[in-house]
Design a protein around this ligand. Sequence first.
Ligand code: ADP
Ligand code: MG
Length: 711
Amino acid sequence: MNYYLRSLKLEPLYHLNTSISYLKGVGPSRADLLKTELGIHTFGDLVNFFPNRYIDRTQFLKINQLQENTSEIQIVGKITAIKTVQQKRGSRLIATFADDTGTIELVWFRGAKWIKESLKVNISYVIFGKTNFFNRQFTMPHPEMELVSAYQKKMQISMQPVYPSTEKLTNKGVTNRVVSTMIQSLFEELKGTFKETLSSSILTKQKLIAKNEALLNIHFPKSQELLTKAQNRLKFEELFFIQLQLIRKKIVRKIKIKGFIFKKVGVNFNNFYKNKLPFDLTNAQKNVLKEIRKDIGSNAQMNRLLQGDVGSGKTIVALLTMLIALDNGYQAAFMAPTEILAIQHYNSLVELLNGMNISVKLLTGSVKAKERRILHKQLESGELNILIGTHALIEDKVKFKNLGIAIIDEQHRFGVAQRSKLWEKNKLPPHILVMTATPIPRTLAMSVYGDLDISVINELPPDRKEVKTAHRYDANRLSVFKFLKDEIAKGRQIYIVYPLINESEAMDYKDLMDGYESISREFQKPTYQISILHGKMKSADKEYEMQRFINGETQIMVATTVIEVGVNIPNASVMVIESAERFGLSQLHQLRGRVGRGAAQSFCVLMTSFKLSSDAKVRLNTMVGTSDGFKIAEVDLKLRGPGNLLGTQQSGVLDLKIADIVKDAELLKSARAIAIELLTSDPTLKAPENSLIKIAYQEVSKNSTIWSNIS
Ligand code: ADP
Ligand code: MG
């Protein structure tokens, strides 16, 4: 539609959806650059393109105040002379710049010809940049310059915004100043009228400034104080609308997505609970079971995340939950991320369920075709009650008669797509319980799993002794070996773990083999027997080695991180981690969790070289200082940031424009609390005072990339 028609219809000439190419100073080629380099397509995108830092431009220096080590400074003065100096390649332009206290040299190495034409002599400029001191003369290469007359007209004069940029943009002349100028014309075009998105009661309660004022001050801050208020308002808004979507989604799912109703707790559960359970449940385990029972007894599908530190006893909760499904005539699936773990779950479940009339089978990649066919058949007929396995379990060929619940252990190893496959297996979705031993900091859980129900087992079974943890340098290896021999003499078993990082698998493998050799030299047969376990082994060999260790035939298990998740061997009480500086915190915590499972005092020894990065030192000190998984996760979050913490599980929730989950934790908590309060009192946002929120909500959820992390 052309301008003429548009104005006839009395529509405003520009609005937030107007293509950026219509903005003054942005032609088609710049519009293209903005799109490809910064993802800015519309006026609205540019309004919401926020600076990532600000430079204080309230300070002016006199030339005689310059010091050798000043960073970015600004000076008012005039150009008194210009000369061009020929160099080997091209020429260099030098301008003498003077105020009433002295002179400095402005230098350009590129664009000399073009710049020379634009420079005005004897007219006042504000210059801005970094200075160098050379041959007793201050120079400022490629200064930012502005006529004082233009400078005074600008909308902001104190805090200069610095926008994110790319090399390509700078090379094509779209400098920070150009971007700033574009945003200034944008504000002039739109006359600074941006719609409010929050209700006045939230604004008052949270002491937030209006949207208009916030946007103005984020781009053109009039003072540090106003800038802080603007940032606060925009961060809150960003977090609030994410929370609103997550919580609304949770509510809608509960209403809309029907699940199987497991009405009764029957003979399987009761029989097991009374006669087979080898210990009393901890209170935390009981509470979690209650939460689960409430979910699966309602008519909504359960989507619950169970967090519990390593060794807190999640497996038994999983088993009891599956028994309820069986009691109600449904099948259950239990999925683990590695074959070793699947086998272990299988063995321990078979043992626990011994004497009960329940059929349990194992399905992994190494199950033979013939066996597999039988299994498929039993699964479809309903003869098979519980299927345990790896991701082989979600292959299309695997069909259940009536899958009632799927339990996913150590979920951080599973991709989202893999999980949703389980969902497709039924007409009605099975209940889903995801268990993780990687504690997720509360703020992160609120964002990434904000639409799920979360249970926490926050208590370890009684009589667990804390694993004593020490950091030792490679140079002290001999005393570590001595210690290991003493422990073995007491009847204990030992893990020695080598890092495995995919990029250099060959090298890691060599590390492992070298390590194995040196340990074999130190711990010789027949006194000592050693098992070895790594990813390149056939699964039958893996299982054989594992079994030897479990049976106590070997005292030492040399392994890569294949043993990281879930392995449970109570008599193993010492964990030695080689090159511990190469492991991340959550991995170290997981590995340490392999010991401390029996009655004996357990130990973890972190071996490193002397050369340690500062992050590695923090990691090691954290491990030595605490065994609380949640505390460790908080440190990890600070070190690595939320994106890395969750690996590939990126989601729209973490793509934040202005807020920061770590730094703005308090704001996030209040945004969530207010979102819950709002949706509780006005679930469809129909109250007149919430009309602005409703409009904004519809807008954001249209473009939202937020999806559920489980189903
Ligand atoms: P994780 O939560 O890491 O999966 P597991 O389920 O493997 O932990 O349990 C760790 C160990 O603790 C197992 O040997 C298990 O039998 C034992 N355990 C679980 N719950 C209790 C309890 N309430 N009392 C005593 N031991 C328990
Ligand atoms: Mg486990």
